[in-house]
Each structure stands twice: as structure tokens, then as C-alpha cells.
Design a protein around this ligand. Sequence first.
Ligand SMILES: NC(=O)c1ccc[n+]([C@@H]2O[C@H](COP(=O)([O-])OP(=O)(O)OC[C@H]3O[C@@H](n4cnc5c(N)ncnc54)[C@H](O)[C@@H]3O)[C@@H](O)[C@H]2O)c1
Length: 414
Amino acid sequence: MRRSRRLGVGFIGTGFIARFHIRSWIGVRDADILGLYSPDTEGAVSAAALVRECRVGDATLYGSITEMIEDPAIDCLWICSPNHVRVENMEEIVLALKSGKGELVGVACEKPLGRNVAEAKRVVELVEEAGILHGYLEDQLFSPSLEKGRNLVWKRGAALSGRPYLARAAEEHSGPHSSWFWQGEMQGGGVLNDMMCHSVEVARFLLTEPGAPRNSITPVKVSAQIASLKWSRPEYVDVLRQTYGPEVDYANKPSEDFARATIEYRDADGRPLIAETTTSWSFVGAGLRLSSELLGPEYSLQLNSLDAGGTVFFSRRVTGKAGEDLVEKQNAEQGVMPFVGNEASEYGYEGENRFFIRCFLDGVQPWEDFHAGLEVTELLMTAYMSAEQERTIAWKPEGLENYLPKVAQGTWRP
Ligand SMILES: NC(=O)c1ccc[n+]([C@@H]2O[C@H](COP(=O)([O-])OP(=O)(O)OC[C@H]3O[C@@H](n4cnc5c(N)ncnc54)[C@H](O)[C@@H]3O)[C@@H](O)[C@H]2O)c1
């Protein structure tokens, strides 16, 4: 394996999440952003300007993923493209490597690993075929407050009074920013697929003893519910159509904007553990709200991203432009408003990128890997099955590999 003292990183996709990663790179050592590929040239040019402005590299724009791999300056790739091109992007990477066009140390992939279990399995197969290191980009595990809170609870509370038994995790905002997220077939589902991937992994992480392997707790059963509470109301069907065009048609092809799931686990001693997750695209508050809790016999932990910074107050005479300068998915500009000091750090992007770069530089397989991404997808698909059948499903259900949620098929009628 090639080793160098600094890594050159290339991004596939230069949209919303790539820009978050670029801003986070200010807190990452030993790697520079040296390449960008996106079919949207204007977006790529603007992302390259952001790379320069943040002084986190000097990025060349490539005409394809293969061209980016051909450049020896690029050592690893960050996949930040939409869900429906995950498999085709991975196929191109593996073909380029296998045909000797270039070399890579590793690849890191945004959530979800695939739109369904079959796709996520294919992505795992492909990376193993290529024989390179792989990381699953679940930023929230690297949120400084979550990491510190988890360590404190396990070190003090759990050590003296017993392991935690109940974790709660929620992610809520008022709806995604690009048209493809709203389309079940392209995205793989609605808010359950889009955001519960985070909550499922956060709850599992909180319930797992620091340093213990992923399989030290095992799923037993899953019960879930989905609903379309807001966006299939006629007035909001119109809002979506006006904003994104006729392809986002919530009168005929809605996706769920609310989902909750309860996952029961067992620890190594057979004791029950519960993860309660809830997500929505129908939360209208100040902006994105990530919240989690961990409860044990003599202690509890609580986190809420909207309490992570300060507040400002703007009177009714302050009528500025709408923006997201206070917080992601901001909904208002007046009154008492919370802001988060450094969102790229608080949501975990800085920490995750530092972690994956360090692993790739040291030639070590990251513990948060594509297998973790596959297991999250398996849990999410089991949750869809439970919601469709309105019953609790024992883990691991038959037929998971070929299962496609009705929302992803465009046949869900809430
Ligand atoms: N970790 C998180 O909290 C988080 C947040 C948002 C998005 N995401 C994930 O990141 C990924 C990208 O989401 P986004 O919000 O940046 O979307 P986006 O729509 O803002 O940007 C997508 C980018 O991919 C590019 N693209 C389109 N087709 C492509 C192709 N065939 N090959 C390569 N690039 C292509 C687009 O031109 C654009 O630059 C998704 O998988 C999404 O689920 C994760």
C-alpha cells in the first residue's frame, strides 16, 4: 500500500454535503482537497472557489471519476453524490482501479450506503473487490458533544451502576434542499431512509460500550410507523410542485415525512436494550434539530443541537433576506433565534474527516466502515417492512435482500 505523509482527497459530487465537508477541512490535518468531480460544472467551480477560500487545498476539476483516479495526486475519494448513483459511481471507481488506471488508499461514502439492501451489499462487494480501505460517513458519531457525553456516561455512570439500557435519537427539520431527496424512487424512500440512518446509528453507538465491537449488542426486533403528515396536504403539494417542478408529485407519489422506529437489542448477557428513533421533515422550528438521550440505572445524558450555541434577537424592524447563516435549514430571521457556533464541527463533520484521514494515512481499516452502512440499511428496510405490515418484525427477516419499500417504488398510498 502506498503511504505518503499527506493525502490528496477527491470529491465526487460538489453539492450541499460536499460544501459542509470542505468547510470542515479547516479542522483536518495531513490531507488536502485536490480534486473535484461533478456533472454540474458551475457547482464544481463554486466548490473549488470554496476550497481556495478555506485554504484547504487547490482542487483540479476533472471530467470524470476515472480521470480523477488517473491523477497520482489523488489518494482517496469522498463519495458525496445523490443516492441513486451510488452503485454506478462505485462501479466506475472499481473498474478504474482494476484496469490499472490509478491507485487509491481508500474511499469514504456518505449515507446511505445504498437505497436498499441489494444496493448496499453491492457497494460492499465492490469495495472488497478493489481491496481498498473504506469508511462510512456517519458524521453524528463524531459530534464532539455526543462523543464526550457518551464517554462520560460510560466511564462514570455505567462503570458504577450498570450499563445504559435506553437510547433515544431524533433528527428533524422542515424538508430537504434538492428535488431528488423528495422523490422516493431516486432517494430510496422518504425521511425514514434519509434521516433515520443517522438516528439508528447514533442510538446503537450510545448503547455500545466504548471500545467494544459492533456485534456486542445484537438486534432482536423492530417496530416502526411512517406517515405523511404535512407534505401531502393539497396546499403543500402545490408548494412542492412550484419549488421543484412536476417530478415532485405528492398528490400521487408521496414519501413519508414522519417516521419512528423502536429497535430492541440484546447485550452479551442477554439483557434487553431499547433504541427509540424518530425523524421528520415536518418540524418547523428554528432549524435542524438533532437530539439524543441515553438512560441508565443511575444517570442520563441529553443533547440538543439547537442548544449547542447561543441565541440572538432581531426585532420586527429587522427584515433581512432569508438565509441559513444561523443554523442549517433555518426557518425564520426574526425574534429569538438560536445559532450554532461551528456547525461543521458540532454535527461531527470535522471529527469524522480527521478520523478517516488518520486511518487512511496509517493504512488502518476504520471501524465505521461499509459493513456498518450495510447493517444500517438492513435495519432501515426492516423498519419499512414493519411500517407497511403494521407489526413488529423479528430480526433478521426473510426476503430483506430483495425488499423494496412501497415508497421507493412510488406505490405508497398513505
Ligand atoms: N451526513 C449528512 O448529514 C448528509 C446531509 C446531506 C446529504 N447527505 C448525503 O450526501 C449525498 C449528497 O447529498 P447533497 O445534499 O450534497 O445533494 P445535492 O443535490 O446538494 O448535491 C449532489 C451533488 O452530486 C452531483 N451529482 C449528480 N449526479 C452525479 C453523478 N452521476 N456522479 C457524480 N456526482 C453527481 C451533483 O451535481 C451535485 O454536485 C447524498 O447521498 C445524501 O444522502 C448526507
